[in-house]
Design a binder for this molecule. Structure first.
Ligand code: PBG
Length: 325
């Protein structure tokens, strides 16, 4: 079997130029999506569980977006932190909400950047769940759909380029697609968090987005980490309902799922390298245990190698700079 000494794998590993020529996986700043947390407050507010990440005022969000655009990052993904929360998450679909205002502000100073908005009620409800509650305290699927559709419309009206529902209610892609089409937004794509696991890796995000559930957890609507075939069903269902881009989340613990979704659907796939994945790298790097820059690059490369077209990552700005953007 062995072709040695005719075949010597090391020949193409000798210099960086040679390695770059035969590298199978490419990584471009344009494939990166940077999540941003837009707060109703003024200024910038560090998130202690996510070193390097800050909550930003509407103005600061626009400035940050312009900086990201200048290094070649493809898109931003906006999350809102409203001043007040209620049972219906009414801040989510307020025309003057922080996300709606941030979209307008970004469009004025970073014209080519793709602006994606997260659609979910958890940052806006006083109970912190992703939908409306029944009298028994369960998240009610069908009555939540109408509010998600309203939220999507308010984002599209502000000028969002892509709508990204992350709530995991069944049927929400169809509800949002119908609402967008009925209001003349047939051109606005949906990036669906189709394969979203009930993951412990979201911990730091809940501090950043101030969205921790006040009771219980999200296992009643997000996916069980043991399941992969179900992820394919979720992806197919969302595609049938009109999703344009399929997301898998988190990324590294689910590379097998990313690969299968890409292979079996052929649709554009986005992978979300989530808050806990990011903060683990930061924490180890702060202690000097790993080389942050190399780990960041290797992580992004592995997500691309598994089959993701797009990577949502808190490292987007730094990665883009490193890649020469
Ligand atoms: C909202 C939402 C979450 C994340 C993205 N959208 C949190 C959750 O579902 O609890 C997590 C992102 C991250 O951890 O970086 N539903």
């Amino acid at each position: 079997m062995s072709k040695f000494p005719t075949y010597r794998a090391r020949r193409l590993r000798r210099t960086e130029r040679l390695r770059a020529m035969v590298r199978e996986t490419s990584l471009e700043p344009a494939d990166l999506i940077a999540p941003l947390f837009v707060t109703y407050r003024e200024g910038r507010h560090p998130v202690s569980a996510m070193p390097g990440v800050e909550q930003l005022s509407v103005e600061e969000t626009a400035e940050e977006a312009a900086r990201l655009e200048s290094v070649g990052v493809g898109a931003v993904l906006l999350f809102g932190i409203p001043e007040s929360k209620d049972a219906h998450g009414s801040g989510a679909y307020a025309a003057e909400g922080e996300v709606q205002r941030a979209v307008l502000a970004i469009k004025r100073c970073a014209k080519d950047l793709v602006v994606i908005t997260d659609v979910c009620l958890c940052e806006y409800t006083d109970h912190g769940h992703c939908g409306l509650l029944t009298a028994e305290g369960e998240v009610d699927n069908d009555s939540t759909l109408e509010l998600l559709a309203r939220m999507a419309i308010s984002h599209a009206e502000a000028g969002a380029d892509i709508i990204a529902p992350s709530d995991m209610m069944d049927g929400r892609v169809a509800a949002i697609r119908q609402a967008l089409d009925a209001d003349g937004f047939t051109h606005v794509p949906i990036m669906s968090y189709a394969v979203k696991y009930a993951s412990a890796f979201y911990g730091p995000f809940r501090e950043a987005a101030e969205s921790a559930p006040q009771f219980g957890d999200r296992r009643g609507y997000q996916m069980d980490p043991g399941n992969a075939a179900e992820g394919l069903r979720e992806a197919r269902m969302d595609i049938e309902e009109g999703a344009d881009i399929i997301m898998v989340k988190p990324a590294l613990p689910y590379l097998d799922v990313i690969q299968r979704v890409k292979q079996e659907t052929g649709y554009p796939v986005a992978a979300y390298h989530v808050s806990g994945e990011y903060s683990m790298i930061k924490a180890a790097a702060e202690r000097g245990w790993i080389d942050e820059e190399r780990v960041m690059l290797e992580t992004a490369q592995s997500i691309r190698r598994a089959g993701a077209d797009l990577i949502i990552t808190y490292y987007a700005g730094e990665l883009a700079k490193l890649l020469g953007g």
